[in-house]
Design a protein around this ligand. Structure first.
Ligand SMILES: Cc1ncc(COP(=O)(O)O)c(C=O)c1O
Length: 397
């Protein structure tokens, strides 16, 4: 087995994070302590939201937003097929139905024109769409003005999945704060981490109160420990995680700047590399929050070979994202098939995430880019020497 020479991702942790977590252990209050609230207040202030509610994953954050929006059995919620599976699973958790709408080929985020068309088509068939859940995929901002316009015209709740986009901005406005609520995720490959963890931000005091109750087994403010006003969950964030998050949010500007620098090293090297299309932030993503570094391969048949070639050189890579509607249970339970969302499927077939993290050195970026160039060269040389198959011959004719 080849040894991995560059990790896929790595959290950016310093002495402040270590001290913060050890202080919690020394104090022995491991849950329901002051750190979670401090983390919520600090992060909400950082992104300019009125309320922050910490939870133990980004998925939990999405689930609670669906509940807070009052989405339930047989409701319809529009989302993108090009995301991590949790963006659509949360809709299933509440018994609602995800209505996928294809993405814009530039941003790979929900296409607002298709969104409006889908909402109107549903309305004509007698079913009302209740909410829209755009995803700022890879940290690239969805076209929120257009999406908010559709939501306004049709009375939809807007839940922003900003799990990959903390600290980013759309036309100068912080991602996560543009809809009724936004969600962030803090798994260790994310820009900032709490180990496992997530956060909901909202400007609405009613959502804040409801989400706080739902994450804490349905207890309302003033309830005794064993009194449960409503059906709730244990989605609380523990104190070690909150302390880690608090230390990370203090460093968020530094963390994001380091990631931008690494992305810049990649851009400089991959800009002229034949066969590779580097990522491009659109003008509306006015502040970048680099989550992953995802290139597109010009040849849609090249990805599996490229991944194997990189792996043989000790370099991991990931096929972000297989479209959600083509996941096995979405196909078998809901009848989704290839061809239904061509832009998402084309992206799903050609996108390749390369190793990326804020502490990555320029030498590591150089190693990855060198290996990628080598692998692509090998393919080109290989396909020049290979006799053409029937369809290829026909295509050349
Ligand atoms: C877009 C998106 N939504 C939701 C999630 C879910 O977050 P978590 O893994 O913390 O549950 C992720 C995490 O990878 C994500 O990338």
């Amino acid at each position: 087995m080849t040894t991995t020479i560059v990790p896929m991702s790595e959290p950016d942790l310093g002495p402040a994070e270590r001290t913060a977590v050890l202080e919690v252990l020394d104090g022995k209050t491991l849950a329901l302590g002051p750190r979670a609230r401090a983390f919520e207040d600090r992060l909400a202030a950082r992104v300019g939201a009125r309320h922050g509610i910490a939870v133990n994953s980004g998925t939990a954050a999405l689930h609670l937003c669906l509940l807070a929006a009052g989405i339930g059995a047989d409701d319809v919620v529009v989302t993108t097929p090009f995301s991590f599976v949790a963006s659509a699973n949360c809709i299933l958790y509440v018994g609602a139905r995800p209505l996928f709408v294809d993405v814009d080929p530039e941003t790979l985020t929900l296409d607002p024109a298709r969104l409006e068309h889908a909402v109107e088509t549903m309305a004509r068939s007698g079913r009302r769409v209740r909410a829209v859940l755009p995803v700022h995929v890879f940290g690239q901002a969805a076209d929120m003005d257009a999406i908010l316009g559709v939501a306004e015209r049709h009375g939809l709740a807007v839940i922003e999945d900003a799990c990959e986009a903390i600290g980013g901005a759309y036309k100068g406005r912080p991602l996560g704060t543009l809809g009724d609520a936004g969600t962030f995720a803090f798994y260790p490959n994310k820009q900032m981490t709490t180990g496992e963890g997530g956060m909901i931000v909202t400007g609405d005091a009613r959502w804040d109160a409801l989400v706080r109750s739902l994450r804490n087994q349905g207890r309302d403010v003033g309830d005794e420990w064993l009194a449960h006003t409503r059906l709730g969950y244990n989605y609380r964030l523990d104190e070690m995680s909150a302390a880690l998050g608090l230390a990370q949010v203090e460093r968020l500007d530094e963390i994001l700047a380091k990631r931008s620098r690494v992305a810049g090293w990649y851009q400089a090297r991959l800009g002229g590399l034949d066969g590779v299309v580097p990522p491009r932030l659109t003008a509306t993503t006015t502040t970048a929050s680099w989550f992953v570094y995802v290139v597109r391969l010009a040849d849609p048949t090249a990805r599996a070979r490229t991944m194997r070639g990189l792996a043989a050189r000790g370099i991991p890579s990931r096929p972000y994202f297989p479209p959600i509607h083509l996941q096995p249970f979405y196909r078998s339970d809901f009848g989704f098939r290839p061809g239904m969302f061509p832009t998402a499927e084309a992206a799903g077939a050609t996108c390749l995430a390369l190793p990326f993290f804020g502490t990555m050195t320029e030498a590591q970026v150089e190693t990855v880019c060198g290996a990628l160039a080598e692998v692509l060269d090998e393919h080109r040389a290989g396909s020049r020497g290979r006799p053409l198959s029937g369809p290829e011959e026909a295509a050349r004719a």
